[in-house]
Design a protein around this ligand. Sequence first.
Ligand SMILES: Nc1ncnc2c1ncn2[C@@H]1O[C@H](COP(=O)(O)OP(=O)(O)OP(=O)(O)O)[C@@H](O)[C@H]1O
Ligand SMILES: [Mg+2]
Length: 308
Amino acid sequence: MNHAITLHEITKSYDGFTAVDAFSLEVERGTVFGLLGPNGAGKTTLIKILTTLMRPTLGDAFVEGHSVLTAGKEVRRLIGVVPQENNLDRYLTARENLVLHARLHGMRPAAYNPRIDQLLEMTGLAARQHDFPDTYSGGMQRRLVVARALVHEPRVLFLDEPTTGLDPQSRRSLWDHIRGLRRSMTVFLTTHYMDEADALCDRIMIMDHGTCLADGTAAQLKDAFSRAHTYQVEFRRDADRYQGVLAGLSFVKGVEREGSLFQITLADEESIKPLMDHLCGSDIRRICLKEPSLEDVFISLTGEKVRE
Ligand SMILES: Nc1ncnc2c1ncn2[C@@H]1O[C@H](COP(=O)(O)OP(=O)(O)OP(=O)(O)O)[C@@H](O)[C@H]1O
Ligand SMILES: [Mg+2]
């Protein structure tokens, strides 16, 4: 069995509203899997089902071969969870939060103390370990929740928007750490940051309205879905005249202009040759293919409308 996580036709309904719709998925062991989707897409619902906080309406899911329906205890033993909302115990110090978690997982002091020292160091919280979480900044609390999820060395780590609210330094340090976990652990994360998914994930899935819209590596998604035939052309002079020329070409699907800089979307790859023929003799300062971003893919799949 090479799959750390298997979802089999998972459906979750709330009073007739379907938040997750017959969702199936297999995540290969030792990889970083990223789930992207607009607000309300169903990401947290899936994580809650996989971490046994919520039962699916239909279907079953397996973590390291254990069913979330019938073997919840085994699943909880093997996973680490960073929930979307921080859920630290505010009446315990940072270190005590980690110790409590270790003890709930049956660890002994000889095993958990050095591990906790190491995690506090890694998350930059060692100097503040005897303070209460309420005296921490939002980013520090987030880092403590991440440290807590790692205390018992889980086999599968679930991270629901792990870097929301973190400063750029902390984000990058967490990315480095997640990269270091790859192979020894399977990581399932959700994020709204396209650069994060791009930088971290071996595989990315974009979901909306409880179903999968796209699935692949960052490069595959960019290739398949984005405006791959958009070129940026900057003219040194005669920009107005070329605007007229471009508007009359049947293979030019769109033109956006900012001063002398044009963004030209072509019907297909073959259109670059006739475009060049029409621009022959013009005084071009710069021409380049606009590299698609994961954000272009995301917007083209999920639309521009803001979710409630
Ligand atoms: N307890 C609940 N009762 C009723 N509806 C719920 C409940 N929890 C979630 N929902 C609905 O299910 C849908 C999916 O919610 P979910 O929290 O999974 O989205 P999400 O993808 O994590 O979004 P976000 O990016 O905002 O965190 C939403 O429409 C939400 O309103
Ligand atoms: Mg969520």
